[in-house]
Design a protein around this ligand. Structure first.
Ligand code: GTP
Ligand code: MN
Ligand code: MN
Ligand code: MN
Ligand code: MN
Ligand code: MN
Length: 199
């Protein structure tokens, strides 16, 4: 485990800690952008109420619900769909960098769930219509552009240059790599280009 990371059990043993669970939902796709650029995968994130990009999910109270049931509840609120989340979907848990001295330490738990393209489309539809948090805590779902545009800016590079909540940006980057949704060469290029975009 990388530094700062905890096992799920260690994290749950922290009595005074607050817990938040978020999930990266994704699927394979044959869709092509402009009818010629293969998109390959759909990866969902959201534009939060505070203008930051993050994953769907939220605060969970382990004394009242399991982490996975809590995450599923948050998905009902934010996506309008009750998706079952299981312990097998858990990727890692870590201490969030402490923001204010008064608030209790936050542990963030990250999950990844592969879905069918049709399910992803249903999630997008519900999130934009029936989800109770739509337009409130969640301004909208976004698809992460995994491709590079000619010239290097645009696409993934531009996306990575935006502002993310907590360590959502590294959760995204690590997942794209470990699930092989983007090759490490493409990712390195996008990361390098993302730094040049607002120069
Ligand atoms: P409330 O109902 O208003 O409490 O919101 P919520 O339960 O949906 O909580 P939220 O999704 O904002 O997550 C709680 C905290 O976890 C946030 O204040 C952030 O510090 C952190 N957080 C939010 N999204 C992410 C994410 O995608 N990744 C990581 N690592 N942390 C996140
Ligand atoms: Mn189109
Ligand atoms: Mn929420
Ligand atoms: Mn949330
Ligand atoms: Mn909540
Ligand atoms: Mn809420």
């Amino acid at each position: 485990m990388a530094s700062g990371q905890l096992s799920r059990a260690e994290a749950l043993a922290c009595a005074g800690c607050r817990h938040a669970c978020h999930v990266m939902l994704y699927c394979d796709t044959r869709t092509q952008l402009f009818g010629r650029i293969p998109i390959r995968h759909v990866v969902l994130m959201q534009m939060r109420f505070d203008g930051l990009l993050g994953f769907p999910g939220g605060l969970v109270n382990p004394s009242e619900e399991t982490l996975e049931a809590g995450l599923s509840r948050e998905l009902s609120e934010e996506l309008g769909v009750a998706l079952p989340i299981s312990v097998e979907d858990h990727v890692d848990s870590c201490h969030a960098p402490s923001s204010s001295s008064s608030s209790r330490q936050l542990i963030t738990h990250f999950y990844v769930k592969k879905m069918e393209e049709e399910q992803i489309r249903e999630v997008e539809k519900a999130a934009a219509s029936t989800a109770t948090d739509h337009g409130q805590e969640v301004l909208g779902m976004v698809r992460v552009p995994l491709y590079a545009m000619q010239g290097g800016d645009g696409g993934l590079a531009s996306f990575l240059s935006h502002s993310f909540i907590g360590n959502a940006r590294s959760q995204l980057i690590d997942s794209l790599l470990s699930l092989n949704l983007v090759s490490s060469a493409e990712l390195q290029k996008a990361l390098a280009n993302s730094l040049k975009i607002h120069e």
